[in-house]
Design a protein around this ligand. Structure first.
Ligand code: NAD
Ligand code: TYD
Length: 334
């Protein structure tokens, strides 16, 4: 099996490539990544010499390049995206370009070369917010941020390529992931690394927004299940069944690190902040998947990973992130 993975130098993509190469020693992976601020070659340093792995630096919006690579693979799994909601609130253009137009370029290539499968890595955020109950794959799409609207647009394009051209497209919609190699702008790595450095943890609004946390390797096994058992044209939710309000999550992180709750700094709410995400995942479970790892255990392991890998995150927080984060922080306090 020869797979083009896009965005493989990011958080979930790098965990997925490592997972697949270990589990299926005969599979070949080409990783196409633009290396934006979120892409990091260090995320895959341990496998860069693996004979079944090849990295190509490039943009999924580059039709010529994508065409050349797609000609040599049977499957595309598209992780590449601009992914941070707060950044999309400050500047939406790059989200529309990569998440929507980039998906279109990949779909065109998969169509041209008659790929056996195309998997779009999407998000629960396409459904919008839900106060009670959980979203199924049939729930209406009601995205609230420029990020989730871009991801929704890409999902709709995927659907149209299945219906119109019969392209064997599948979509996974996962809940919030956590684990090693997550860029320290997302709440879990941001709060862990701030707490390690005794810096304030900027908690948005009343802290009662709820997210359903999914350990990244459980997401990888979900995508693996879809790759091998998924049905063309279908959508699969992947949730962790670990719903927790941000304030509870923050206190748990501080407790693991043995740091005081006085580090919590309530700040102004995010614009258009979704209150709660929640997924029903029966459809994927019917294919034999279920999350294997426990939340408390994997959160603790994640905290330990950030303690052990300060060299990895310290430089990320120093460079581009500081510049961006100051702007964002100002916005939250306005
Ligand atoms: P990330 O921001 O950590 O990584 C994104 C990767 O895509 C980076 O390596 C970046 O360099 C690359 N990239 C960006 N634009 C590109 C382009 N134009 N061409 C090629 N490469 C490009 O993201 P992540 O958290 O690993 O998320 C991966 C996917 O999973 C995304 O599609 C995201 O929408 C989806 N998702 C993420 C989460 C989560 O909690 N992180 C939850 C649900 C869905
Ligand atoms: P985030 O990790 O950005 O993921 P998403 O917005 O895609 O769910 O945020 C998770 C939750 O944490 C969300 O409710 C916003 C909140 N949050 C904060 O309270 N403070 C922060 O500094 C960040 C980045 C997020």
């Amino acid at each position: 099996m020869k797979i083009l993975v896009t965005g493989g130098c990011g958080f979930i993509g790098s965990n997925f490539i490592r997972y697949i190469l270990k589990k299926y020693p005969s599979y070949k992976i080409i990783n196409l990544d633009k290396l934006t601020y979120a892409g990091n070659l260090e995320n895959l340093k341990d496998i860069e010499k693996n004979r079944n792995y090849k990295f190509i630096k490039g943009d999924i919006c580059n039709k010529e390049l994508v065409g050349k690579i797609a000609n040599n693979v049977d499957y595309i799994i598209n992780f590449a995206a601009e992914t941070h909601v707060d950044r999309s609130i400050l500047e939406a253009g790059s989200f529309i370009k990569t998440d929507v137009y980039g998906t279109h370029i990949l779909l065109e290539a998969a169509k041209k070369y008659h790929h056996k499968k195309y998997i779009q890595i999407s998000t629960d955020e396409v459904y919008g917010s839900i106060d009670k109950g959980s979203f199924t794959e049939e729930s209406r799409l009601k995205p609230n941020s420029p990020y989730s609207a871009s991801k929704t647009s890409a999902d709709l394009l995927c659907r149209s390529y299945f219906v119109t051209y019969g392209l064997p497209v599948m979509i996974t919609r996962s809940s919030n992931n956590y684990g090693p190699y997550q860029y320290p702008e997302k709440v879990i790595p941001l709060f862990i690394t701030n707490a390690i450095e005794n810096k304030p943890l900027p908690l948005y609004g009343d802290g009662k927004n709820v997210r359903d946390w999914l350990y990244v390797l459980d997401n990888c096994s979900g995508i693996d299940t879809v790759l091998h058992k998924g049905i063309a044209g279908e959508i699969y939710n992947i949730g962790g069944s670990n719903e927790i309000a941000n304030i509870g999550l923050t206190k748990t992180i501080l407790k693991i690190l043995n740091k005081p709750t006085s580090l919590i700094k309530p700040v102004a709410d995010r614009l258009g902040h979704d209150r709660r995400y929640s997924l029903k995942c029966n459809k994927l479970m019917k294919l034999g998947w279920k999350p294997k790892r426990k939340f408390e255990e994997t959160l603790r392991e994640t905290v330990e990973w950030y303690i052990d890998n300060k060299n990895w995150w310290k430089k990320l927080k120093d460079i581009d992130f500081n510049k961006y984060y100051k702007k964002q922080y100002k916005l939250s306090n306005e």
